[in-house]
Design a protein around this ligand. Sequence first.
Ligand code: BTN
Length: 201
Amino acid sequence: FETIDSTNKKAKELAAAGEMHGTLVTADAQLAGIGRRGRSWSSEKEAGIYMSMILRPEIETDKASMLTLIAALAVEKAIAETLKCQPMIKWPNDIVLNKKKICGILTEMTLKGTEIDYVVIGIGINVNNKAFPEEIVPTASSLSLELGREIDRELLITEVWKWFDVYYKLFLETKDLSLSKEIYENALINKGEQVKVLDPL
Ligand code: BTN
């Protein structure tokens, strides 16, 4: 889409109407991008990446939150490999570069009875943004601001889902994160620190 209210909202509508596992919704701009804890997600046209994937995993509901960790790992790996820099995962949902947030992930799960009907993984990456709303200026940045160059959004989208596929398949082998635990832990900025959990998923 060129412009949409929210790619997560659209993906959930499509999933509810039967759209298949692996469907990706992307937009150049969001008019009502949704962040966690009732916040909005700043979604300036053609500056960032705004995308949501529909998944229909055959896993227990209590494993669904692991999909967020897989997505975080995929974003971290895609950025590191493509742009030759070292972003870190701020457990569980954020990716930071030079300690500034450059990506947020919003995972939403819908059940059918007691089983997962679908999961939507929404990823927002600040790519070529040059400015941010005043309230997030101290904590947020973009890849372009941190690296001092323009970045190809399409290439990054492709790379994120390429790496997601790698880690998702590892996850499905064991239905847990045992095969990617070490890689994940090495990418953590808050490893060994005390953290405060505010989200259930
Ligand atoms: C956070 O608060 O850190 C999570 C932000 C998630 C934003 C992304 S942008 C693409 C997708 N569509 C939305 O409306 N939200 C997510």
